[in-house]
Write a protein that binds this ligand. Structure first.
Ligand SMILES: NC(=O)c1ccc[n+]([C@@H]2O[C@H](COP(=O)([O-])OP(=O)(O)OC[C@H]3O[C@@H](n4cnc5c(N)ncnc54)[C@H](OP(=O)(O)O)[C@@H]3O)[C@@H](O)[C@H]2O)c1
Length: 254
């Protein structure tokens, strides 16, 4: 280990969905440790709010409106990254979405496509674009934000479980395929995290009580709980770790 192992000052990082929640927390922490950071999201106003938060703490961030499952928008995002920085060292595929869904057998095709597209196809498209830049600069780190839902079927979120299981296998496949390019591909899988995404669950006192009972540490996660595992994987401390999923769940899956 070196004293400056969590110093990212020579790095360029992209955090998808970095305008709020877990992604914003990761992006801020990378920027605080010196990284040049790019965030993307669908809505300009959310990106503007995040940029204000960065500048209040004296940090800069490049924002770009981009839907991760739309190939042409991903391509425009990478065009801008290449123009501005000429490289990409760290990609955090953080975008994910879920809706309260009926059982898989009762779900319609539109719902299936939407959830699979944003969670799985989005991760594929952004990773594919990132690999081109990472190969040019001799390697990189890709970190996919999964969920314990990838390994535990949960009512009301079946399609999301399938999508995140896909993200975890994509992580392993790409890790094996890209090891020769010095590109590490790993995932971080949290339990429920207090963000807008999961507010319908933790915002209801009865549900929160029931969910908390399943977490040995007795609380749901905060966005900051997820950051440590991501920084480890993004740093040189994780250089020999690839194809791995770090579970951040207060002991739930144990
Ligand atoms: N919160 C939880 O309980 C929990 C638990 C386990 C895993 N996770 C995973 O953690 C990740 C982050 O979740 P979060 O809770 O931080 O979510 P969040 O609070 O809903 O934030 C999602 C972020 O992604 C952006 N976004 C959404 N759809 C997008 C798209 N199609 N293209 C580009 N950007 C998009 C949003 O901005 P715009 O709305 O402006 O696009 C926002 O910045 C997700 O992968 C989620 O599955 C969350």
């Amino acid at each position: 280990m070196r004293d400056n192992d969590l110093d990212f000052s020579s790095k360029v990082a992209l955090v998808t969905g970095g305008s709020r929640g877990i992604g914003k927390n990761i992006a801020l922490n990378l920027a605080r440790r010196g990284s040049q950071v790019v965030i993307c999201g669908r809505k300009q106003e959310n990106l503007d709010k995040a940029r204000e938060e960065f500048s209040k703490t004296g940090l800069e961030v490049l924002t770009h409106v981009s839907h991760v499952a739309k190939a042409e928008q991903v391509s425009a995002l990478f065009h801008e990254i290449e123009e501005r920085f000429g490289r990409l060292d760290i990609l955090v595929n953080n975008v994910g979405m879920n809706l309260l869904t009926p059982s898989v057998a009762d779900a319609d095709e539109v719902l299936w496509d939407k959830i699979i597209e944003v969670n799985l196809k989005g991760t594929f498209l952004v990773s594919k674009a990132a690999v081109g830049l990472m190969r040019n600069s001799g390697g990189g780190k890709i970190i996919n934000i999964s969920s314990i839902a990838a390994r535990k079927a949960a009512p009301g979120m079946g399609i999301y479980c399938v999508a995140k299981a896909g993200v975890e296998m994509l992580t392993k496949v790409m890790a094996v395929e890209l090891a020769k390019d010095r590109i590490n591909v790993n995932a971080v899988a949290p339990c429920m995290v207090r963000t807008k995404f999961s507010q319908p669950f933790w915002g209801n006192e009865d549900m929160l009580r029931e969910i908390t009972k399943t977490i040995p540490m007795g609380r749901i996660a905060e966005p900051s709980d997820v950051v440590g595992a991501v920084l480890f994987l993004a740093s040189e401390l994780g250089d020999f770790v690839t194809g791995e999923v770090i579970t951040v769940d207060g002991g739930t899956m144990a």
